[in-house]
Design a protein. Structure first.
Length: 195
């Protein structure tokens, strides 16, 4: 697949089939991810591949976090909500949790580490599209909760930057729309004849 075609045609695929994904394809996604640019060559990413019942602890943690915001988690309505939270990871056969583990090098600027891991995620999304897979990058407040760090054995300064839900598409691909780059770009040029 042409690079520009992958960039322009890739879309979030929120509904995927339960069919398993070949391990070789998952490994290709991870290989694509680690080639993202990263300042000082820190490679600040960490990946957790969740399949089968390996998705269950994530579901339980999502439910625990949701429970914290409930006045009475024992009501029938809230029990149903918690059950739905626990089942969220089972919407895709593979979830790759991606975390940033910033370097301790004093020269490193932490936001650059986050940028590198976000670039790694974009590489994975483009690679998934090129391999005929559907993917969605999920985040939200639970991703940044202390219980999520605990689940994945992360340090205090590490962060989960997303859950990449991956599977074979079970929905038509939508057309994308973007505001033209011309509306978001200012060209700053210097007339060299003045010097």
């Amino acid at each position: 697949m042409d690079l520009f075609e992958a960039i322009f045609k890739r879309r979030t695929i929120g509904k995927v089939k339960p069919d398993p994904i070949e391990k070789e394809k998952v490994e290709k996604l991870l290989e694509a991810a680690i080639w993202a640019p990263n300042h000082h060559h820190t490679e600040p990413w960490k990946f957790f591949v969740l399949t089968g019942e390996g998705r269950r602890p994530l579901g339980r943690t999502l439910a625990e976090i949701a429970k914290e915001n409930m006045v009475d988690p024992e009501t029938e309505e809230n029990q149903e909500k918690l059950k739905k939270e626990e089942e969220k990871p089972f919407r895709a056969p593979v979830i790759i949790t991606v975390a940033v583990t910033p370097s301790d090098n004093p020269k490193v600027i932490e936001i650059e580490e986050v940028g590198a891991v976000n670039a790694a995620i974009q590489n994975m999304l483009l690679a998934a599209h090129a391999l005929g897979l559907g993917a969605v990058w999920r985040t939200g407040k639970p991703a940044y909760h202390a219980k999520m760090k605990q689940l994945f054995g992360l340090r205090e300064r590490d962060e989960v930057l997303g859950f990449i839900y991956i599977g074979y598409p079970d929905m038509p691909q939508r057309e994308g729309k973007r505001i033209s780059f011309t509306e978001k770009t200012k060209w700053i040029e210097v007339d060299t004849t003045e010097y």
